[in-house]
Design a protein around this ligand. Structure first.
Ligand SMILES: O=C(O)CCC(=O)C(=O)O
Ligand SMILES: [Fe+2]
Length: 319
């Protein structure tokens, strides 16, 4: 099986020569056409920041369930604060994922946006450093994501800054996930997994190296390919919104997180994806440059907000 997930240097795009920038755009476009996944180095997050993030994330999930549940606001559909075990399942799956998570949304600046689309973030009263560090991580991943979108815009033949105003104050989410220990493997439903096969909803996802293996991507040949954990590089993949906008030219690749082997069942896994979303009112109608007689239009016209709403219902977070 030949799967090539290239590692690209973001510095080549941000500070590179015109030739390096062009090569970066071509390489990310090719990978997104091909597997839908790349890894990125020089993303702007130091090892120290990532280590302190994981220290905080582990502390958060080691709080008693009752305390965590005081931060669970069902009416926010999991978009802010805590989501307890058993609430989210992959689209089309019957059994919920074996995980709990905490979500942080946009720190809106310079304009008034509806509280319905942008509820206030919840702060963890017990862990002031968690709030501070996750905010820094949010901002840094958002900045890296905006640079990646510039390179992607160039690849698509759009103006370099096409995405900038569309993602400014965008509805992006930083999700801190705990895949809890499976104390008794025989007690769980046979089809229960850490994260069932799914595609991400948003434009692109930036995923900080997880604390353990388990992430797998589905190749075009229909085989599952494992992504090694614990690397300093950030894994970046295409989400359904970018696939829609590009009429399928860029592929939103299916991925999942499998359960650990039996001897590691009682261990936790932590991971922190950043889902980069546009503003809710952004139009996701397929770009006309991506439609022709060989590539007929595949998706109905929708705004990002409408699409997000539909998907949150499908995964059980919104009723
Ligand atoms: O935990 C991971 O490595 C991936 C998580 C993921 O795919 C998601 O939350 O959408
Ligand atoms: Fe995902």
């Amino acid at each position: 099986m030949s799967v090539n997930i290239p590692c690209l240097d973001l510095n080549d795009y941000v500070n590179g020569t015109p030739e390096q920038r062009k090569q970066f755009s071509e390489a990310i476009g090719k990978a997104f056409n091909d597997t839908g996944f790349v890894t990125i180095k020089n993303h702007g997050l130091s090892d120290e920041l990532i280590n302190s993030l994981y220290v905080q994330v582990k502390q958060l999930f080691s709080l008693p369930d009752e305390q965590k549940k005081s931060y669970e606001k069902i009416e926010l559909a999991g978009q802010r604060g805590y989501t307890s075990k058993g609430r989210e399942q992959a689209k089309g799956a019957k059994t919920p994922d074996l995980k709990e998570f905490w979500q942080i949304g946009q720190y809106v600046e310079g304009e008034q946006l509806s509280k319905e689309a942008y509820p206030d973030n919840l702060e963890v009263g017990e862990l002031p450093d968690f709030n501070r560090i996750t905010k820094e991580v949010y901002k840094k991943l958002e900045a890296a994501g905006r640079d990646l979108l510039k390179a992607i815009a160039v690849y698509l033949g759009l103006e370099e800054f096409y995405f900038e105003k569309r993602v400014f104050n965008g509805n992006s989410i930083l999700r801190c996930i705990h895949y809890f220990p499976i104390e008794d493997p025989d007690a769980i439903s046979p089809d229960a997994v850490r994260a069932g096969a799914h595609e991400d909803i948003n434009l692109i996802t930036l995923l900080i190296g997880a604390s353990a293996d388990g992430l797998e991507v589905l190749t075009r040949e229909g085989e599952w390919f494992p992504i090694k954990a614990g690397q300093q590089d950030i894994v970046v993949n295409v989400g359904d919104m970018l696939q829609r906008l590009t009429n399928g030219k860029l592929v939103s690749t299916t991925h999942r997180v499998v359960n650990p082997p039996r001897e590691l069942m009682k261990t936790s896994r932590f991971s922190v994806p950043f889902f980069l979303h546009p503003k809710s009112e952004v139009d996701l109608t397929c770009l006309s440059s991506c439609i022709d007689e060989h590539h007929p239009k595949q998706f109905t016209d929708m705004t990002a907000g409408e699409y997000l709403d539909e998907r949150l219902r499908e995964i059980g977070l919104k009723k």
